[in-house]
Design a protein around this ligand. Structure first.
Ligand code: CU
Length: 731
């Protein structure tokens, strides 16, 4: 529950007791009966408390805010954001999710890929050009701190406001950030638990009983296959648990106040680490107008599924009788471990008409029926499955969305015409192998491991065969390859990536895959094989042929190569930066790969990414990459214990001793020669001149070194707390 503004509550632990918040204060001097006393918070102090879901929890905050401060900039504006790491223990980076970072790949904020993490007490300045427009966000991309508070919205507005003629005029623009929340556990525990979960799973133990693991519509595992307590909406919610204490019942929910007949743009962002959510507004429809910042042709829908990493802009028109209505954020769990239908968990916010009294809503969740059919968007299980659940619910996949004509300046079709070559990659985001190893989260069976130096800062790391692996040197990896998995993608070619999600097991989950730095179009979306009777995913999509170990895949029909895939949309497909890859199915994406750099592509379920479900796309040759500023900070040369250089410690010691001996030998021989050496007076003058020149040289050389060090360290220099400006460009 408690994070507090440092201005008045700094240093005071805050406690809850019998409906009142207290701060602990020291007793006056001389009173030794007990150490301290509890003082109720003043009204002003109360306003500074982040109530969240009413449960006490240690969390992180940016500028004492949660979610972090909203950053609003204009397209192509130069953005400068200084991040000061004021945490005691944790290193951090901030990733600008959705920003292209074209020509500044080192500003992507991806720990150990684009930069070294910012250590406690240090500052780093992000400088980049804001592009493209739309609803984006930022979050920690180091470790697993995103859900614990380190996220915020990043909105890029067009420089010249052009009203879209295909949508209603927007009166009110609001943020709707939703994320899963666990009030007792820390981020590190979440990752450890994911490892434990995978171990049980590979042992074929029924973890569904141990954890909250449930199944979604097509019987694939819910993305929420770990304990969680609720979904937050703009940092507010109540716990799902029925055993809520009084303070948990009385915490305020997020209230969206609207005027009657107004048109309201909700910028919805799923900032969570595991939860796919179904969003709906009681007795109101939503008009989807954009996703991941890219405009799409408007479609009226009733339910929106949104995965971690995705953003959707919807318009809600307040055209009902003025009143109060529930906004629901429901989990994707609809089946229990025995595949019986269950009610999903739900968190709530309120849609409040300004003209109505502020009462608790009494609105009801809508049932889709023959007289009242409904539309669901961004389903990843396909309409065959949905019709088993409700024949009156129409299910649209992301590939059913279309780009409007006004955005087709650079269409995927134009890619085809402008480039004369084609390249295709099959990337399987899955848990590999069949034994009890924990390191199973992988892409094409390779478990991703960070390099010892950030790739973008030390690009020569990609030539280190002890660090980097890919399909060309797999024999070095063995069955369970753990390495920095880098795939080379040539620039300016039409690039297709077939995204897959198949573990070869009957149970498994779908994965929301996010690509840094390069936009893509979703050309085709195809689920696994669906059992017509049950609607469940029961087999691999027949279009794909995997190798027995799932290390590689190809089109079963070889005539589908080179982009010749039936059913792809290259006329007006939606543009995205994150897409859900359906369990045992596939998604075909197209990009131009026009931004040289090292770009991470990973599952946006943070617990999956942190245990290895990631890969780096090296776009272009290193010679094509923009030149990194000379003073850009480097990591130290810490070498991971799992990827040592080839020489043994004994060899290294031997090398060191030999080198020292060489120096010592030189000195000895000079000293040895002095016995028979006699200097003339002129020699003394020459020697003095030489020594003076030598010392001057040393002084000048040292000054240059010190100056260079200073310049190099500027990005990380320690700063006075008074100078601390965290989000200087916020307005
Ligand atoms: Cu995943």
């Amino acid at each position: 529950m408690v994070a507090y503004n440092r201005t008045s509550l700094q240093g005071f632990p805050v406690y809850f007791n019998n409906g009142t918040l207290f701060k602990r204060t020291a007793l006056p001097e001389g009173n030794s009966s007990h150490c301290c006393e509890n003082t109720p918070l003043s009204k002003k102090e109360m306003e500074e408390v982040l109530t969240i879901d009413g449960n006490y929890k240690f969390m992180y905050a940016i500028n004492n805010q949660f979610p972090g401060p909203t950053i609003v900039v204009y397209e192509n504006q130069k953005v400068k954001i200084r991040v000061y790491n004021d945490m005691a223990n944790e290193a951090v980076t901030l990733h600008w999710h959705g920003m292209f970072q074209s020509k500044t790949p080192w500003m992507d904020g991806t720990s150990m890929i684009s930069q070294c993490p910012i250590l406690p007490g240090q500052m780093f300045t992000y400088k980049f050009t804001a592009s493209p427009t739309g609803t984006h966000w930022y979050h920690s991309h180091h470790g697993a701190m995103r859900r614990e508070g380190l996220n915020g919205a990043f909105i890029v507005l067009p420089q010249i406001k052009k009203e879209r003629t295909d949508i209603p005029k927007v009166d009110n623009d609001v943020l709707f950030m939703t994320q899963d929340w666990v009030y007792k556990k820390s981020d590190a525990q979440a990752v450890a638990e994911q490892n434990w979960y995978m171990l049980q799973f590979s042992n074929n133990l029924n973890t569904a009983d141990c954890l909250t693991s449930k199944f979604t519509y097509d019987s694939s595992l819910s993305t929420l296959a770990r304990p969680y307590t609720n979904a937050l909406i703009n940092g507010k919610s109540k716990s799902f648990s029925n055993s809520s204490t009084e303070n948990q019942k009385t915490v305020p929910l997020e209230l969206f106040t609207v005027k009657t007949n107004s048109s309201n743009r909700f910028r919805i962002i799923n900032t969570g680490i595991t939860g796919e959510y179904k969003i709906s507004f009681d007795e109101h429809r939503m008009l989807i107008i954009a996703t991941d910042g890219f405009d799409i042709s408007p479609v009226w829908i009733d339910y929106l599924f949104i995965n971690p990493g995705e953003t959707y802009d919807v318009i809600v028109i307040a055209n009902n009788t003025p009143g109060n209505f529930w906004i629901r954020v429901e989990s994707d769990e609809v089946l229990d471990a025995q595949k019986n239908r269950i009610k999903p968990n739900a968190s709530f916010a309120q849609l409040h008409y300004q003209e109505a009294k502020s009462d608790f809503p009494e609105s009801k969740n809508r049932e889709c029926s023959s007289s009242d059919p409904c539309v669901m968007a961004n389903c990843h299980w396909g309409s065959k499955t949905m019709s088993k659940w409700n024949p009156h619910a129409q299910c649209m996949s992301v590939a059913d969305l279309e780009a409007p004509s006004h955005t087709n300046v650079e269409s995927p079709k134009a890619f085809q015409e402008s480039a004369n070559e084609f390249q295709e990659f099959f990337l399987n985001f899955h848990f590999s192998g069949s034994d009890q190893r924990l390191e199973r989260a992988s892409v094409n069976t390779i478990h991703f491991k960070n390099p010892p130096e950030a790739l973008q800062v030390n690009p020569e790391t990609v030539d280190d065969q002890n660090v980097v692996c890919n399909n060309t040197n797999m024999d070095q990896c063995g069955e369970y390859c753990q390495c920095t998995h880098v795939i080379k993608v040539a620039t300016k070619k039409v690039t297709h990536i077939v995204l897959l999600a198949d573990d070869g097991l009957t149970k498994g989950t779908s994965h929301p895959v996010h690509l840094h730095g390069n936009r893509f179009y979703v050309l085709k979306y195809s689920t696994g094989e669906i059992n017509e009777t049950t609607g469940f995913t029961e087999g691999q999509n027949p279009d794909i042929q995997y190798s027995p170990d799932f290390r590689s895949a190809q089109w079963r029909n070889s005539s589908w190569k080179y982009g010749n895939v039936p059913g792809i949309n290259i006329e007006n497909p939606p543009q995205k930066d994150t897409v859900m890859v359906p369990f045992k199915g596939y998604v075909v994406i197209r990009l131009l790969a026009d931004s040289p750099g090292f770009w991470l592509m990973h599952c946006h379920l943070e617990t999956h990414m942190d245990i290895g479900m990631a890969v780096v796309l090296q776009v272009g040759e290193i010679s094509e990459q923009p030149i990194i500023p000379k003073d850009f900070p480097k990591c130290s040369n810490f070498k991971g214990t799992k990827s040592p250089d080839k020489s043994s410690p004994a060899q290294k010691y031997q090398n060191f001793v030999q080198l020292s001996n060489v120096k010592a030998t030189t000195q000895v021989s000079k000293a040895g020669g002095s016995d028979s050496y006699e200097m003339s007076p002129s020699s003394y003058v020459t020697m003095i001149v030489f020594l003076v020149a030598f010392f001057c040289g040393i002084v000048v050389f040292s000054s240059i070194l010190v100056f260079k060090q200073y310049v190099r360290r500027r990005g990380y220099r320690k700063i006075d707390r008074k100078d601390k400006v965290l989000f200087g460009n916020k307005h």
